[in-house]
Design a protein around this ligand. Structure first.
Ligand SMILES: C[S@@+](CC[C@H](N)C(=O)[O-])C[C@H]1O[C@@H](n2cnc3c(N)ncnc32)[C@H](O)[C@@H]1O
Length: 288
């Protein structure tokens, strides 16, 4: 990426961002000192973060493939899409249905800067919108969303590894439940789907310790227990195997591998084999 692809006026380099810290764990190279500092600090206490980030990204492939091949979905609204890497949503979806359309949404303008370059070949079917998912009404009113997504047809709304960025009570918007449910409940037609994941802990005290460290860095964070996540999705049908640790969601040993883990993070690979208290939890739900 050249510097001219970026909107440097809006991109912050002295504060950590979730998009860059997560992207680094997936093998990304767009990483700055502030991102490294918070991530390495977190890994000192929670070494499982690298594994669970990568387990989430592998779930993304399986979820999108399921949504296209088995649920017949051809339009996707990807909330908090993150920095592009291998096997992004539009690439997975269009591998299984070349007519699939994708709107990416992220609050971090660096995602748009990277997305523009990546999407040069996909303009008619895929776009990136810089917006805050905590105000879904504004996202629905965005002309780029209306241009690609037809809400009279089933849609998949993805909230992958973003649930922890949504607080139950937030100074922006009406809180996590509204963000997650507004589109699926009030706008999407039956047969639409919602894919979700977030960092959870069975131990609320541990979850709170995890959240406090990240929240203090300026990245909004709320850990939940699995039961607290389940309560957000009452009334929607759970696609088998339901909401689970993502490693148990239809594992596929033949799915494409991720980019290699960057050298400074390699020592953390495999931590989830020893530590099972913090993990990424989620699945796919269907509007009946
Ligand atoms: C952990 S990454 C997940 C990326 C991608 N969904 C995935 O599963 O690979 C979280 C992303 O959510 C974005 N994000 C956080 N809060 C947001 C908000 N309020 N609105 C839109 N995007 C947000 C961050 O910028 C980041 O790119």
């Amino acid at each position: 990426m050249s510097s001219s692809d970026r909107d440097d006026r809006a991109i912050s380099f002295d504060r950590p961002t979730s998009a860059r810290a997560y992207g680094w764990m997936l093998g990304g190279k767009d990483i700055y000192q502030a991102d490294q500092d918070i991530l390495l600090y977190m890994l000192g206490r929670f070494p499982e973060c690298v594994d669970i980030a990568r387990q989430n990204r592998q779930f993304l492939y399986r979820a999108v493939r399921y949504l296209v091949e088995e649920a017949g979905i051809s339009q996707f609204l990807d909330m908090g899409c993150g920095l592009p890497t291998d096997n992004n949503v539009h690439q997975v979806a269009q591998r299984f249905n070349p007519d699939a359309r994708v709107v990416y949404v992220d609050i971090d303008p660096i995602v748009l800067a990277h997305g523009r370059a990546l999407l040069a070949d996909y303009r008619a079917s895929t776009t990136v919108v810089t917006a805050d998912m905590r105000t879904p009404e504004l996202i629905l009113a965005d002309p780029d969303v209306g241009h690609l997504i037809d809400f009279t047809e089933p849609v998949a709304v993805l909230f992958l590894s973003v649930g922890h960025h949504l607080k139950d009570f937030d100074k922006v918007g009406k809180g996590a439940r509204h963000v997650l449910r507004h589109i699926i409940d009030n706008v999407a037609v039956p047969g639409s789907h919602l894919a979700f994941s977030q960092v959870v802990s069975d131990d609320p005290t541990l979850g709170e310790a995890f959240a406090a460290k990240i929240d203090a860095s300026g990245i909004p964070w709320q850990s939940r227990t699995p039961a607290e996540v389940d309560a957000l999705f009452d009334g929607l049908e759970q696609i088998t195997p339901g909401l689970v640790n993502l490693v148990d969601w239809r594992p596929d040993p033949n799915q494409p591998p991720l980019e290699p883990v960057p050298e400074p993070l390699r020592r953390y690979i495999g931590a989830t084999e020893r530590r099972t208290n913090v993990y990424e939890y989620g699945g796919i739900l269907r509007k009946p």
